[in-house]
Write a protein that binds this ligand. Sequence first.
Ligand code: SAT
Ligand code: MN
Length: 593
Amino acid sequence: MALTTNKYVNEWVDEMAAMTKPDKIVLIDGSKEQIDALRDEACSTGEIIKLNQELLPDCYLHRTAVNDVARVEGRTFICTSKKEDAGNINNWMDPKECYAKLTKLYTGSMKGRTMYVIPYSMSAVGSPFAKYGIELTDSIYVVLNMVIMTRVGLDVLKALGDDAGFIKGLHAKADLDEENRYIVHFPEDNTIWSVNSGYGGNVLLGKKCFALRIASYLGRKEGWMAEHMLILGIEAPNGEVKYVTGAFPSACGKTNLAMLIPPEIYKKKGYKAWCVGDDIAWLRVGDDGRLWAVNPENGFFGVAPGTNEQSNPNALHTCMKNTIFTNVVHNLDNDTVWWEGLDKNPPANAIDWKGNKWDYTKYDKKDKSTCGAHPNSRFTASAANCPCLSSEFNNPAGVPISAIIFGGRRAKTAPLVYQARNWQHGVFVGSIMASETTAAATGAVGGVRRDPMAMRPFTGYDMGDYFGHWLAMGKKISNPPMIFNVNWFRTDDEGHFIWPGFGDNMRVVMWILARCAGEVDAVETPIGFVPKAEDIEIDGLDITVDTVRDLLDVDAALWKEELAGIDEFYKQIGDRVPKELYDELDALKARLG
Ligand code: SAT
Ligand code: MN
């Protein structure tokens, strides 16, 4: 019997099954009975571990293979027919060659296994933003995560109808062989293939693979944008809500900013903060000439370590039920979970992320190999669990964006906040983003790398063309958001963060919104507009206006050192970097003197 009523879906599933040879094919309808049964099956095989159902209802623990704990950028490819279209920043493989190479790896890889067919929607089914995908996978863990992270079910097939316009994702765990791990994208074929991994970002194909790499490609073609951005709403005491998006590299605090708790000074005046999204935004120009955003996801795949009652109580509460924890510590005494930075009571009787007995007394903050939880351990939790979820979360029209905020981890150069002079300059500001690397991708942690718009690992086409698309979008938005850059991570001479961060970042967002409303002045510097120190609210903080002044300082000498690096990076991207951005670079040079 045919699997669905859509012949394109059926033909493609048949073709993939002929290659991978699963014993069984199961359509995921998203029903509670089906998902419960899959969960039970995964528990019985040890793929997931059921946690204390009184303390953590419907929560489970999963451990990935030890060699499979983060996205693998070196093994991620964009396979366009012309190499130039993938650009110099992406890894490229010829599509024909890539299909052939991976076909060998997939062939027979699902023998003895079940192939699950997951119909899913990115953003609310039926929304003008919505795009549909089908992921084929032999991993129940993937099914259970996709059910949380996206909208899964038969209504997706219904909305797709007889159409061929769905994103075809194929995932096989195969042998989890690192040497043969590939995450490849064929934007011209709406296809994603992933093999030999079981880690979230590599295998939850709706997330980075579709909602960023493929979607960015589609967005350029169709005149919209797919960005690595959180979406945050700030509600004023009069009930009016203003929305901002924020682009930060992985593990730089997007989830924390997206779920912030307002500092006391704002709370008592009646301000509230609402989370629309913590990782990905799809943006379109509305009839009103503004930029409108939706979060295409339906859950959070957040970094666990450092999440606690102070840093992000909303995230903590979000993952206290119906959550899958990956690579955290298992507390055997009460069947709960733990991670570094959760609290000061590491469990004495525990298993670490590798599945070994863990001795917390040997834990050394400076030696990551002694951690109980992997630094990139994660929680997968439903957006609906989030105490500060915006009432607009499911609004098919999205929310109007007042400001776009770029940011990264910089110990010195970037000030706490600055505002771009206009859209074009803002695109330049985004394009020169740089950040110290984190554990979210394999590789060295802590070096500075250029990460334009936080999209370096996620742009499905040439980076120069991507900048060009930003400039082109600016021409279509008659009432564009203002563009800012923030840096929460400036350090003092001993390497301590100066700015308190977390919920107190709202103080900076409030200045940003005041600028958007034309309510506050700013000081012009060579890099853009910075606040007057006294305009950053510090009531309730133990830092002084002078410290804020230091945080806002623009060190011309450091910026002059940046110039050569920017030029070099543009050259590396290649000849599609728009002239406008070189003009901006020249103008910056001139302003720095
Ligand atoms: O691993 S994911 O790509 O899903 C998360 C991240 O790195 O931002
Ligand atoms: Mn991310």
